[in-house]
Ligand binder design. Structure first.
Ligand code: NAD
Length: 266
């Protein structure tokens, strides 16, 4: 199986190169990054902190998709939309970890899923995907009139989207548990004289700083007691390992739009 990596010069891209390079059952078909980026032409092995492998970072995703059975994409929403079209055109499966996609951008991924297998998840770690299931169960068990749900997340200073894709996924899981639409109840900004909290709202608080890989806590606050479910990512490798697992799985699936719960059989 041939696995390609777009955005291979990024924080996640380099991690993915390291994971794919050591797979016994797959080979690295290549890597691309943003045209004009200064890593173009650098050896992929060197970029990953390994020995040189004689293949360099390219800037032609069309060629990479043509040479791959599956491509892993942790880039930007605009780049990911372009990659989805290439995956469909070349018949390559696509694993998307990029966050911050708008609803129309998600529709482009779903559309590609009618032609090839597409796996998309805001968080590829096993722990967070288990947490999503727990949050849905807990929120279904607790009355919205008595229990307030708040989601707190912290990430490193370089993160560009907020709240994190994982925080929003946790919010969706909580909303699903209550049988409501997250967009109708989410409160992502509080500033100034906000008035009291509305029952049923799902609040978000975003912290940014340092090199935090990703912390998420879902707080269920009732009268006289509080339940907190927390996941802390200590190493980006958990996301890369999850993405590689998704890639190996996706390459053998029918066209479809899948999530990590499908990959992990949750
Ligand atoms: P990063 O900025 O370090 O890396 C992004 C890379 O994409 C950069 O090298 C950039 O040059 C490249 N890129 C941009 N446009 C491109 C294009 N048109 N073609 C090819 N490459 C292009 O960011 P990061 O920390 O690696 O995160 C990337 C994305 O993955 C973010 O959206 C982040 O939120 C998400 N992420 C998801 C998970 C998950 O488990 N799903 C985990 C961590 C990060």
């Amino acid at each position: 199986m041939r696995i390609g990596i777009v955005g291979c010069a990024g924080r996640m891209g380099r991690m993915l190169l390291r994971e794919v390079a050591v797979l016994p059952m797959a080979e690295l078909s290549g890597g691309t990054d943003r045209p004009g980026g200064y890593e173009i032409g650098t050896d992929l092995g060197t970029l990953a902190g390994l020995d040189p492998i004689g293949v360099t970072v390219g800037d032609n995703p069309d060629m990479l998709f043509g040479a791959s059975d599956v491509v892993i994409d942790f880039t930007t929403p605009t780049a990911t939309v372009g990659h989805a079209g290439l995956a469909a055109r070349h018949g390559a499966a696509l694993v998307v970890g990029t966050t911050g996609l708008s609803a129309p951008q998600m529709d482009v991924l779903r559309d590609a899923g009618t032609k090839v297998p597409v796996v998309q998840a805001a968080n590829m770690s096993l722990g967070v995907n288990l947490l999503l299931g727990l949050v849905k169960r807990v929120s279904a068990a607790l009355e919205a009139s008595d229990w307030d749900i708040e989601i707190v997340e912290m990430h490193h200073r370089h993160k560009v989207d907020a709240p994190s894709g994982t925080a929003l996924a946790l919010g969706r899981a909580a909303a699903e548990g209550r049988g409501v639409d997250l967009d109708a109840v989410k409160e992502t900004v509080r500033d100034g004289h906000t008035g009291p909290r509305q029952p049923g709202d799902i609040g978000f608080a975003t912290l940014r700083g340092g090199d935090v890989v990703g912390d998420h806590t879902v707080v269920f606050a009732g009268a006289g007691e509080r339940l907190e479910l927390t996941h802390k990512a200590g190493d980006r490798a958990i996301f890369a390992k999850g993405a590689v697992r998704a890639a190996l799985w996706a390459a053998n699936q029918k066209p479809g739009f899948y999530g990590m719960e499908d990959v992990l059989g949750l």
